[in-house]
Ligand binder design. Structure first.
Ligand code: FES
Length: 215
Protein backbone atom coordinates (compact mmCIF):
# COMPACT_ATOMS: atom_id res chain seq x y z
CA UNK A 1 0.00 0.00 0.00
CA UNK A 2 1.31 3.45 -0.91
CA UNK A 3 1.73 6.23 1.64
CA UNK A 4 -1.51 7.88 0.53
CA UNK A 5 -3.46 4.65 1.05
CA UNK A 6 -3.66 3.58 -2.63
CA UNK A 7 -3.38 -0.17 -3.10
CA UNK A 8 -1.33 -1.72 -5.91
CA UNK A 9 -4.57 -2.80 -7.65
CA UNK A 10 -6.04 0.68 -7.41
CA UNK A 11 -2.80 2.18 -8.74
CA UNK A 12 -2.81 -0.17 -11.75
CA UNK A 13 -6.48 0.59 -12.46
CA UNK A 14 -5.90 4.33 -12.35
CA UNK A 15 -2.83 3.98 -14.57
CA UNK A 16 -4.78 1.93 -17.10
CA UNK A 17 -7.56 4.51 -17.18
CA UNK A 18 -5.03 7.32 -17.56
CA UNK A 19 -3.15 5.63 -20.40
CA UNK A 20 -6.47 4.82 -22.09
CA UNK A 21 -7.50 8.46 -21.89
CA UNK A 22 -4.21 9.56 -23.42
CA UNK A 23 -4.50 7.00 -26.26
CA UNK A 24 -8.13 7.98 -26.79
CA UNK A 25 -7.12 11.60 -27.03
CA UNK A 26 -4.29 10.89 -29.47
CA UNK A 27 -6.63 8.94 -31.74
CA UNK A 28 -9.87 10.79 -31.13
CA UNK A 29 -8.82 14.42 -31.37
CA UNK A 30 -7.34 14.22 -34.89
CA UNK A 31 -10.29 12.08 -36.03
CA UNK A 32 -12.77 14.61 -34.66
CA UNK A 33 -10.80 17.47 -36.20
CA UNK A 34 -10.80 15.62 -39.53
CA UNK A 35 -14.59 15.19 -39.41
CA UNK A 36 -15.17 18.82 -38.52
CA UNK A 37 -12.51 20.33 -40.76
CA UNK A 38 -14.57 20.31 -43.98
CA UNK A 39 -17.26 22.29 -42.18
CA UNK A 40 -14.88 25.01 -41.09
CA UNK A 41 -11.99 25.15 -43.57
CA UNK A 42 -13.06 27.27 -46.48
CA UNK A 43 -11.42 27.43 -49.87
CA UNK A 44 -11.96 30.42 -52.09
CA UNK A 45 -13.17 29.93 -55.65
CA UNK A 46 -11.01 32.20 -57.78
CA UNK A 47 -12.80 33.96 -60.65
CA UNK A 48 -11.58 32.64 -63.97
CA UNK A 49 -11.92 33.77 -67.58
CA UNK A 50 -13.76 31.30 -69.83
CA UNK A 51 -13.41 33.23 -73.08
CA UNK A 52 -14.90 36.01 -75.14
CA UNK A 53 -18.69 36.29 -75.15
CA UNK A 54 -18.54 35.76 -78.92
CA UNK A 55 -16.99 32.32 -78.34
CA UNK A 56 -20.35 31.17 -77.02
CA UNK A 57 -22.93 32.12 -79.67
CA UNK A 58 -26.63 31.40 -79.43
CA UNK A 59 -28.13 28.81 -81.69
CA UNK A 60 -31.64 27.79 -82.60
CA UNK A 61 -31.52 24.81 -80.25
CA UNK A 62 -29.63 23.65 -77.18
CA UNK A 63 -25.98 23.59 -78.21
CA UNK A 64 -23.67 24.38 -75.26
CA UNK A 65 -20.00 25.03 -75.88
CA UNK A 66 -17.19 23.54 -73.80
CA UNK A 67 -14.78 25.89 -72.03
CA UNK A 68 -11.75 24.70 -70.12
CA UNK A 69 -10.35 26.53 -67.12
CA UNK A 70 -8.04 26.08 -64.12
CA UNK A 71 -9.56 26.02 -60.64
CA UNK A 72 -6.15 26.69 -59.09
CA UNK A 73 -3.63 28.53 -61.22
CA UNK A 74 -0.90 27.59 -58.72
CA UNK A 75 -1.53 23.92 -59.47
CA UNK A 76 -2.35 23.75 -63.17
CA UNK A 77 -1.59 20.05 -63.44
CA UNK A 78 -4.16 18.99 -60.89
CA UNK A 79 -6.98 21.48 -61.25
CA UNK A 80 -8.25 21.56 -64.82
CA UNK A 81 -12.00 22.03 -65.11
CA UNK A 82 -14.52 22.12 -67.90
CA UNK A 83 -17.69 24.16 -68.03
CA UNK A 84 -20.54 23.86 -70.53
CA UNK A 85 -21.71 27.30 -71.62
CA UNK A 86 -25.25 27.42 -72.95
CA UNK A 87 -26.26 30.65 -74.67
CA UNK A 88 -30.00 30.95 -74.04
CA UNK A 89 -30.55 33.50 -76.81
CA UNK A 90 -31.76 35.97 -74.18
CA UNK A 91 -30.02 39.23 -73.41
CA UNK A 92 -29.74 39.91 -69.67
CA UNK A 93 -26.20 40.11 -68.29
CA UNK A 94 -27.55 39.40 -64.79
CA UNK A 95 -26.89 35.70 -64.22
CA UNK A 96 -29.88 35.38 -61.84
CA UNK A 97 -32.37 36.97 -64.22
CA UNK A 98 -34.91 34.66 -65.90
CA UNK A 99 -33.72 36.26 -69.15
CA UNK A 100 -30.04 35.60 -68.41
CA UNK A 101 -27.89 35.29 -71.51
CA UNK A 102 -26.04 32.19 -70.31
CA UNK A 103 -26.40 29.12 -68.16
CA UNK A 104 -22.97 27.78 -67.28
CA UNK A 105 -23.04 24.15 -66.18
CA UNK A 106 -20.37 22.09 -64.47
CA UNK A 107 -19.41 18.97 -66.42
CA UNK A 108 -19.20 16.90 -63.21
CA UNK A 109 -21.82 14.18 -63.08
CA UNK A 110 -23.78 14.16 -59.84
CA UNK A 111 -23.56 10.41 -59.49
CA UNK A 112 -19.82 9.80 -59.04
CA UNK A 113 -18.29 12.78 -60.81
CA UNK A 114 -17.51 11.52 -64.32
CA UNK A 115 -17.38 14.24 -67.02
CA UNK A 116 -20.73 14.64 -68.75
CA UNK A 117 -21.00 15.26 -72.48
CA UNK A 118 -23.42 17.64 -74.14
CA UNK A 119 -25.99 16.01 -76.39
CA UNK A 120 -27.04 18.68 -78.86
CA UNK A 121 -30.69 19.57 -78.54
CA UNK A 122 -31.25 17.10 -75.71
CA UNK A 123 -29.15 17.93 -72.66
CA UNK A 124 -26.22 16.04 -71.19
CA UNK A 125 -25.25 12.41 -70.85
CA UNK A 126 -22.72 10.66 -68.69
CA UNK A 127 -20.59 7.90 -70.23
CA UNK A 128 -19.95 6.07 -66.97
CA UNK A 129 -23.29 4.69 -65.81
CA UNK A 130 -25.85 6.16 -68.18
CA UNK A 131 -26.85 9.30 -66.29
CA UNK A 132 -28.95 11.68 -68.39
CA UNK A 133 -29.78 15.35 -67.82
CA UNK A 134 -32.13 17.70 -69.65
CA UNK A 135 -31.26 21.13 -71.06
CA UNK A 136 -31.67 22.66 -67.57
CA UNK A 137 -29.21 20.16 -66.11
CA UNK A 138 -32.04 18.25 -64.40
CA UNK A 139 -31.56 14.52 -63.99
CA UNK A 140 -33.95 12.60 -66.21
CA UNK A 141 -32.46 9.10 -66.13
CA UNK A 142 -29.83 6.96 -64.47
CA UNK A 143 -28.23 7.11 -61.03
CA UNK A 144 -27.35 10.84 -60.54
CA UNK A 145 -29.15 12.15 -57.47
CA UNK A 146 -29.42 15.82 -58.35
CA UNK A 147 -29.01 18.38 -61.17
CA UNK A 148 -25.64 19.47 -62.53
CA UNK A 149 -23.86 22.17 -60.55
CA UNK A 150 -23.88 25.66 -62.07
CA UNK A 151 -21.41 28.52 -62.18
CA UNK A 152 -22.19 32.08 -61.27
CA UNK A 153 -20.96 34.20 -64.19
CA UNK A 154 -20.22 37.76 -65.06
CA UNK A 155 -19.30 39.72 -68.20
CA UNK A 156 -16.23 41.87 -67.58
CA UNK A 157 -14.49 44.39 -69.83
CA UNK A 158 -17.59 44.38 -72.06
CA UNK A 159 -16.89 41.05 -73.79
CA UNK A 160 -15.19 38.61 -71.41
CA UNK A 161 -17.16 35.79 -69.83
CA UNK A 162 -15.91 34.95 -66.34
CA UNK A 163 -17.11 32.40 -63.85
CA UNK A 164 -16.95 33.77 -60.33
CA UNK A 165 -18.42 31.06 -58.09
CA UNK A 166 -19.74 27.54 -58.21
CA UNK A 167 -23.09 26.43 -56.76
CA UNK A 168 -24.89 23.17 -56.34
CA UNK A 169 -28.54 23.34 -57.32
CA UNK A 170 -31.79 21.48 -57.01
CA UNK A 171 -35.33 22.15 -58.11
CA UNK A 172 -37.38 22.49 -54.93
CA UNK A 173 -41.12 22.48 -55.70
CA UNK A 174 -40.12 23.21 -59.28
CA UNK A 175 -38.09 26.27 -58.31
CA UNK A 176 -34.38 26.40 -59.13
CA UNK A 177 -32.63 26.70 -55.76
CA UNK A 178 -28.94 27.29 -55.06
CA UNK A 179 -26.87 25.63 -52.35
CA UNK A 180 -23.24 25.62 -51.21
CA UNK A 181 -21.33 23.03 -53.21
CA UNK A 182 -21.70 19.38 -52.20
CA UNK A 183 -19.80 16.40 -53.55
CA UNK A 184 -21.34 14.21 -56.26
CA UNK A 185 -23.64 11.61 -54.75
CA UNK A 186 -24.56 13.83 -51.81
CA UNK A 187 -27.98 15.47 -51.40
CA UNK A 188 -28.05 19.25 -51.10
CA UNK A 189 -31.08 19.35 -48.83
CA UNK A 190 -31.39 16.08 -46.89
CA UNK A 191 -34.19 15.78 -44.34
CA UNK A 192 -33.44 16.69 -40.74
CA UNK A 193 -31.59 19.49 -38.95
CA UNK A 194 -29.10 21.27 -41.20
CA UNK A 195 -26.25 20.86 -38.68
CA UNK A 196 -26.53 17.06 -38.95
CA UNK A 197 -26.78 17.30 -42.73
CA UNK A 198 -23.67 19.48 -42.80
CA UNK A 199 -21.69 16.89 -40.82
CA UNK A 200 -22.97 13.95 -42.87
CA UNK A 201 -22.59 15.77 -46.18
CA UNK A 202 -20.03 18.55 -45.63
CA UNK A 203 -19.94 21.39 -48.10
CA UNK A 204 -17.05 21.50 -50.51
CA UNK A 205 -16.19 24.59 -48.64
CA UNK A 206 -15.77 27.40 -51.08
CA UNK A 207 -16.17 30.73 -49.35
CA UNK A 208 -19.53 31.52 -50.74
CA UNK A 209 -21.12 34.42 -48.88
CA UNK A 210 -24.85 34.84 -49.36
CA UNK A 211 -26.53 32.00 -51.20
CA UNK A 212 -28.22 33.55 -54.26
CA UNK A 213 -31.89 33.33 -55.18
CA UNK A 214 -33.16 33.46 -58.73
CA UNK A 215 -35.15 36.59 -59.56
S1 FES B 1 -20.75 8.98 -62.79
FE1 FES B 1 -22.28 9.67 -64.17
S2 FES B 1 -23.78 8.13 -64.14
FE2 FES B 1 -22.24 7.42 -62.80
Amino acid sequence: MADDGTTRGQFLSLSTVGIGAVIGGVIGVPATAYMLAPVTDEVKFEPVLLGKVGDFPSSSGFDPKAATYLEDTQNPGTSPGLAWVSNTGKTSEDWLDPDAMFIVFSNRCMHLGCPVQAAQGLGFSCPCHGGQYDTEGRRIAGPPIRPLDRFQWEIKNSDELWITQRWSVDFIDGQLTYFPVKMPGQPVAPPGPSIIADVLYPNVTYEYGKVPRPK
